[in-house]
Design a protein. Structure first.
Length: 701
């Protein structure tokens, strides 16, 4: 290790001495003391990877490495700030000159120095997402692209295509064909032309977007050998957090910067690589030893978060993945109860059980802040949100808006509100603005016309008589036809109406306006399925509206706790977090793992990693639940198979729980006599609540 004679102003020279033997476990200590050369540190969930990185930085500085020669890269500003603060606390001083921050932050600082090499001035501005969308609008306007047409892909959708292509270093054509297949293939050359115009416009106006901070940084290193050598010489030690989440560009940047000293230490967990939809590439961590000769591989497997029972289940699950490093988490904390496997009649009973169990946990002294309900897809929480609101259990949503607050849900519900109350001005205007050629002014005029009518039927008739331009008339005719259809109520009217709204151009509208159109369409299909349980439209609308904040009678057992709320979160958003009590819901085949694996079986391993992330969020108690019965508006009632992530595990890893018909009571099944495996599907023993739970063989469902 090269040493430097540091000046006092460069780094604090207090006579501090860190007791690394005392502060770190054996696995962490090996990394901190011997992390020279290329090192791959496989740090499992809850194993203290941040602590390891912080102590490694402190160790380098303590041994005389100038902070200016250390580069610490992270993925979020929060993580960067936390690490740098912890380094300062540990050293009891500020290591001036230390390069630390997100990839984009360091890329920006580098490009400010050398922007002219790429044709930019050093005072370039950085575009945020809104700025990028506005610049795209300018480019599309100059190219006479009809982006204001409600059925032409919006600038934000095109920006998503361009951004993914940039981060994955793939062509626009390949990205559209594989990731945005819902877009018309004839748009490929149009979007390619828009992208070229966008890149030219940024250079001409001296601006860069977030993707440029990475792309141009890499371009700088690859095109100018002197600059590359200077930077690679400066950064004697490079440390990277969450390496499994890097994309191809980021891994290439690290490779170029580490080309001189070869001291590249990356920390990550291939078992938690779940962001391929953001262009993260798991092969960066899997192939690290191939790209860096003489790589030392360290494993940090001691887990300080979860119980032995939870970790045993997690370890056994992830072993089913083939593309991974072998490792096994070892628990430090004491033994707790086994994870509970709870099969429920349907999504409603699933919600009832979870709500009841949460209330009981609270009665036992648990805080709602220690509870999380995790899900794979947003539609899975419809019933859960309604139940929590009815019971007055406060919660916060992470990873998106509450289900019924999302724009596409509110759009479709607005149509249904008109059927119930044709005088609903807000619903009229919300719907009108969805149609081509209609803006706020036209919507106001249309409302003034139809507000004079006596009922919805006469309002619909009036729509066909309102004058306007060709686009407006065509749009009003479409709306007229759809509302006329919706007036003809029949069996399963609500579900039929939702289905028809989708078919009548709203699906096309979603594809043009949202880069996650597939997910939104699936939400609406599931909303239609959910609606089949309602005979009266008013009841459906009441539940939807009350889900925004139900203020009903207090449920017995619920304690007022204004500062407490449980968390509802997508699993992607839950990564890096932890709770004492975790419920993973919807563990039915086709829901989790997601049904996309039927078309793309290679994605099953990332789905399993997602399951692994979910279960390792739990510290003390883990509940795995799934609905036995699902209802589809299109195909009717069906029986779900338990998730393959459950059925592939040995029964000894979890404790099946019994639930009665209303989901209000449950008990562990202590009956060890499972030899008959009789249960649901046996004509002589129909489903009657949770009593079948432990006596059903998963592969028989």
């Amino acid at each position: 290790m090269k040493k430097y004679n540091l000046k006092k102003e460069d780094v604090c020279l207090d006579n501090f001495k860190i007791d690394y033997q005392k502060e770190l476990n054996k696995e962490q200590l090996e990394v901190v003391l011997h992390g020279e050369g290329p090192c791959l540190v496989l740090a499992g969930a809850g194993s203290g990877k941040t602590r390891t990185l912080v102590y490694r930085v402190a160790y380098l500085i303590e041994k005389g490495v100038n902070p200016k020669n250390i580069l610490l890269l992270t993925f979020t500003n929060k993580a960067a700030k936390e690490m740098l603060n912890r380094v300062e606390v540990l050293l009891k001083c500020q290591p001036k000159g230390l390069w630390g921050g997100t990839f984009h932050h360091v890329g920006n600082a580098t490009l400010r120095r050398y922007a002219k090499v790429l044709g930019y001035n050093s005072n370039f501005n950085i575009l945020d997402r809104e700025d990028s969308i506005n610049l795209l609008k300018v480019v599309m306007g100059e190219g006479n692209i009809p982006y204001k047409d409600k059925y032409f892909p919006k600038p934000k959708v095109i920006l998503s295509v361009i951004s993914f292509a940039a981060n994955s270093q793939q062509s626009i054509k390949k990205v559209i064909e594989e990731k945005y297949s819902f877009l018309d293939p004839q748009l490929i050359p149009v979007i390619e032309a828009i992208n070229k115009g966008y890149q030219d416009k940024k250079l001409k106006t001296n601006v860069m977007d977030f993707d440029d901070l990475l792309n141009n940084w890499l371009k700088l290193l690859q095109q100018d050998k002197k600059i590359k050598e200077k930077l690679a010489t400066q950064f004697q030690y490079i440390l990277v957090d969450e390496y499994q989440d890097t994309n191809h560009i980021q891994s290439q940047i690290i490779y170029e910067l580490g080309s001189v000293h070869k001291n590249v230490l990356v920390v990550g967990d291939d078992c938690q690589s779940i962001y391929s939809f953001r262009a993260a590439d798991i092969n960066n961590i899997l192939d690290f030893p191939k790209h860096y000769k003489k790589t030392k591989v360290y494993k940090i497997e001691q887990n300080y978060r979860s119980s032995p029972e939870i970790l045993e289940l997690a370890n056994e699950s992830i072993k089913h993945n083939k593309n991974q490093y072998d490792k096994e988490l070892e628990a430090v904390i004491e033994s707790k109860q086994k994870p509970a496997l709870v099969a429920l009649k349907d999504s409603d009973q699933q919600a009832q059980f979870i709500a009841q169990r949460i209330l009981e946990l609270q009665e036992e002294g648990a805080s709602l802040n220690d509870v999380a309900i995790l899900f794979r897809s947003s539609f899975q929480v419809m019933a859960m949100e309604l139940e929590l609101n009815k019971r007055n259990i406060p919660y916060q949503m992470r990873g998106g808006m509450r289900f019924f607050e999302q724009a596409h849900i509110k759009d479709v519900v607005a149509y249904l509100k008109l059927i119930s109350n044709y005088q609903d001005e807000l619903s009229w205007k919300r719907i009108l603005l969805l149609y081509d050629g209609i803006g706020n002014s036209t919507a106001d005029k249309v409302w003034q016309e139809i507000s004079q009518t006596k009922n919805l039927k006469s309002a619909v008739e009036r729509l066909g008589q309102i004058p306007g331009g060709k686009k407006i008339i065509n749009s009003l005719e479409k709306l007229n036809g759809l509302l006329n259809y919706l007036l003809k109520k029949n069996k399963n009217f609500i579900a039929t109406a939702i289905n028809q709204i989708l078919k009548a151009d709203y699906e096309t509208y979603l594809k043009a306006n949202f880069d996650n159109a597939k997910d939104r369409i699936e939400d609406l299909n599931q909303l239609a399925n959910f609606a089949t349980q309602y005979e009266k439209l008013e009841d459906f609308l009441s539940d939807v509206t009350l889900s925004e904040g139900f203020k009903g009678e207090r449920v017995e057992g619920y304690q007022e706790a204004p500062d407490e709320s449980l968390v509802l979160s997508t699993i992607h958003q839950a990564k890096g977090l932890e709770w004492k009590y975790v419920f993973v819901i919807g563990l039915a085949e086709g829901q989790f793992p997601h049904y996309k694996i039927y078309d793309h079986p290679e994605e099953i391993e990332e789905e399993r990693r997602l399951f692994y992330v979910a279960v390792t969020r739990a510290k003390e108690e883990l509940y795995l639940t799934y609905p036995i019965i699902s209802f589809s508006f299109a195909t009717g009632e069906s029986i779900n198979k338990p998730s393959s992530f459950i059925s592939e595990l040995d029964d000894s890893l979890f404790e099946p729980w019994q639930v009665n018909e209303d989901g209000q009571n449950y008990e562990e099944d202590d009956d060890d006599d499972n030899s008959d495996y009789e249960g649901y599907g046996n004509e002589d023993q129909p489903f009657s609540g949770g009593e079948f739970l432990k006596t059903v063989r998963y592969d028989d469902l």
